[in-house]
Design a protein around this ligand. Sequence first.
Ligand SMILES: [Zn+2]
Ligand SMILES: [Zn+2]
Length: 364
Amino acid sequence: MATSRGATLLGPDKLELREYPIPDIPADGGLLKVEMGGVCGTDVKYLHGKLKVDYPIILGHEILGRIEKLGKNAAAIHHVKEGDRVILKGALGCGRCDDCRRNNQRFCRQRTNYGGRTKCDTPPHLFGGFADYLYLAPDVLCTKVSESLSAEAAALVGSVMANGFQWAIRRGGVKMGDYVLIQGPGQQGLSCTFASKHAGAAKIFVSGIGRDMPRLELAKKFGATRIINVEQEDVVEVVRKETNGQLCDVVIDVSGNPNAILKSVDCLHRQSTMVLGGLTGDTTVTPMLMDKLVWNEIKLQGCFTADNDATDAALRIIEETKFPVEQMVSHVFPLKDIEHCIRSIGGEVPGTFPTKALINPAIG
Ligand SMILES: [Zn+2]
Ligand SMILES: [Zn+2]
């Protein structure tokens, strides 16, 4: 264990597996052996240079690992010990920037940001989850997870599942008895479905296109009461019929598709909420009859990742219900295939279209 591989992004479309020395661990730092790294659409955007970052960075921001080593003060900082299994989600903010002063540490630019903003060119280098090891920075938040969860399930908790809770419940306000439409049956759509079900939604509609059929079938297991293939049915008509014209209390768009977003407005009743979690792209304009939002007092709510404590809510529900969230994991790739994996998530590899892919560095 003298070195660790790290999937290093040197610039747009320049991804290399590089070797880094295992860093010296200071009193307040630690070392994590990566068990599983989740790959998501954001990684596709990083790979292609669609997000502004200072290179080089090691990719991988959805992280499950085991504590390999702790500096002498680190156990007290993180409330963990060597050998513990943890997910890493979020980090403390600097406490002084405008976002931190508004209690929005999530947006703080100065905190450690694995697989994104924190550069890897100087020691301790290991600031990304697509690696054998990762440096445990003092400001990072560790959440201990039980050994009873499969690695595939545990890897989803701090990222995908926490987002579902945040977007559907905290931002969308889904509550008992609601009618909910989720547009897009990918990983985020499935986790929003799961969260809505546990919030007590009466009916949950999940829509997708023809090639999404396996995902739509999976959505039923996560709590969908009615799936809609928009290539065969009109989503507005289905929602109108199934709700006896009452329409939805909350629509969550995770498709990032302008046409789906337009339809979403027509599926909402007065004073309801439209949650936008999907990205349409830097240059895509979504033309919308804004008066519909005005007349009907519809609330438009954007969503970007999740609050630090959303992980706890997701973890508790999953541990209590033992619901097999890992059903959404369709692919596990070795670290050496990281670029292939990211490209397949981006739909660039014919015949491979993962619902959710993970990287397991132990298998190669
Ligand atoms: Zn992600
Ligand atoms: Zn800050």
